[in-house]
Design a protein around this ligand. Structure first.
Ligand code: ATP
Length: 202
């Protein structure tokens, strides 16, 4: 299949921001986080299975997944987390592949927040691109956006791969520490490389 990039990074690292810069240059963008959100909205494809497996108390009044409740339910409970993932992952995967087949673009960029944590994703993509930034900046951005406390953000980060683990898995790294000019330059450089590599693999 088509040459593809798996784009990942910690919470608040700037995955969406960076992915949009590649899309503006002509890459096909497939955002698995967005797909997961849609699956768990009212009428989302995952809702009936979630209701059957966990009960209606995990849905909001409008019939969406109650994220806050589910998050606290699975946080300290790996078996329940696996049960949720067994519902979501196949649906995410099939919708991802459907979008990948339909998307136009020289190459595809899959945004996968937990790519480093998931062996099957690493096998699916031609290269792994990590969006990296200092942890203090991640904390600052997520607090700004979400209203979570520093301790809550750090707890989420502690449950993800570490910065070092992510960098060890990277074929390419983009530093997103706030200098917009440098970010655009790095995206230009990598995009040119990806266009060239996709020509060779075609
Ligand atoms: P998450 O995984 O938490 O959804 P993400 O990795 O997709 O996050 P973004 O949503 O792209 O990260 O960025 C997080 C926040 O930081 C956003 O509010 C975004 O506007 C801001 N941000 C990201 N990169 C930059 C940047 N280079 N300059 C200014 N703000 C930025």
């Amino acid at each position: 299949s088509r040459f593809s990039i798996g784009l990942t990074g910690g919470i608040g690292s700037g995955k969406t921001t960076v992915a949009n810069l590649f899309a503006a240059r002509g890459a096909a963008l497939i955002d698995t986080d967005l797909i997961a959100h849609r699956l768990t909205q009212p009428d989302g494809l995952a809702i009936p299975a979630i209701r059957d497996a966990f009960g209606p108390q995990f849905l909001t009044a409008t019939g969406a997944l109650d994220r806050a409740r589910m998050r606290s339910h699975v946080f300290a409970n790996p078996a329940e987390k696996s049960r949720l993932e067994a519902i979501l992952h196949p649906l995410i995967r099939s919708e991802t592949e459907r979008q990948a087949r339909e998307a136009r673009g020289v190459y595809a960029i899959f945004v996968v927040p937990l790519l480093v944590e998931s062996g099957s994703w690493r096998q699916r993509v031609s290269r792994v691109l990590v969006v990296d930034c200092p942890e203090s900046l991640q904390v600052e951005r997520v607090m700004q956006r979400s209203g979570l406390s520093e301790a809550e953000v750090r707890a989420i980060m502690a449950a993800q791969a570490s910065r070092a683990q992510r960098l060890a898995a990277a074929d390419d790294v983009i530093v997103n520490d706030g200098d917009p000019g440098r970010l655009e330059n790095e995206v230009d450089r990598l995009h040119a490389q990806y266009v060239s590599l996709s020509g060779k693999s075609a």
